[in-house]
Design a protein around this ligand. Structure first.
Ligand code: RTP
Ligand code: MG
Length: 143
């Protein structure tokens, strides 16, 4: 299995509910190592750029408004099959459809405010990690 990197966001709803530590615990329990982390409050331009692939979708305006509504935590995670492993513990986009025990089932309220984001492919992960972190900010683990 390949060691991959993926990109994670703890969204404004989960930060507001003080669930940062609980969600970090899910990453670590799943064997995903946090190799970069910071809190940011996105501007409208930053949120629009990050979600540019969704710019024509009907929910785009609401998504940008939500993602700029408060601070978020952004992380780079590293581990075996990290992209899929992270999506698995996130659960379905709509928390009503998310499997029991997943992050969205346990911490999200609705499809619009769904607690966390995870890259959907290795290519997306590379773009998303680079959107938020410089090479110097990534701290690969040697143990
Ligand atoms: P994410 O990118 O946040 O990890 O979520 P995802 O891959 O599971 O879902 P995606 O299709 O990439 O959509 C990005 C975010 O847009 C909101 N959304 N709303 N109302 C709707 O039909 C709808 N569809 C998507 C969600 O908040 C989703 O996380
Ligand atoms: Mg997505």
């Amino acid at each position: 299995m390949a060691i991959e990197r993926t990109f994670s966001i703890i969204k404004p709803d989960a930060v507001a509910k003080n669930n940062i530590g609980a969600i970090y615990n899910r990453f670590e329990t799943a064997g995903l190592k946090i190799i970069a982390s910071k809190m940011v409050h996105l501007s409208k331009e930053q949120a629009e750029g990050f979600y540019a692939e969704h710019s024509e979708r009907p929910f785009f305006g609401a998504l940008v408004a939500f993602m700029t509504s408060g601070p978020i935590m952004v992380q780079t995670l590293e581990g075996e099959n990290a992209v899929l492993a992270h999506r698995d513990i996130l659960g379905a986009t709509n928390p009503a459809d998310a499997a029991p025990g997943t992050i969205r089932a346990d911490f999200a309220e609705s499809i619009d405010e769904n607690a966390a984001h995870g890259s959907d492919s290795v290519a997306s992960a590379e773009r998303e990690v680079a959107y938020f972190f410089s090479a110097e900010e990534l701290c690969p683990r040697t143990r």
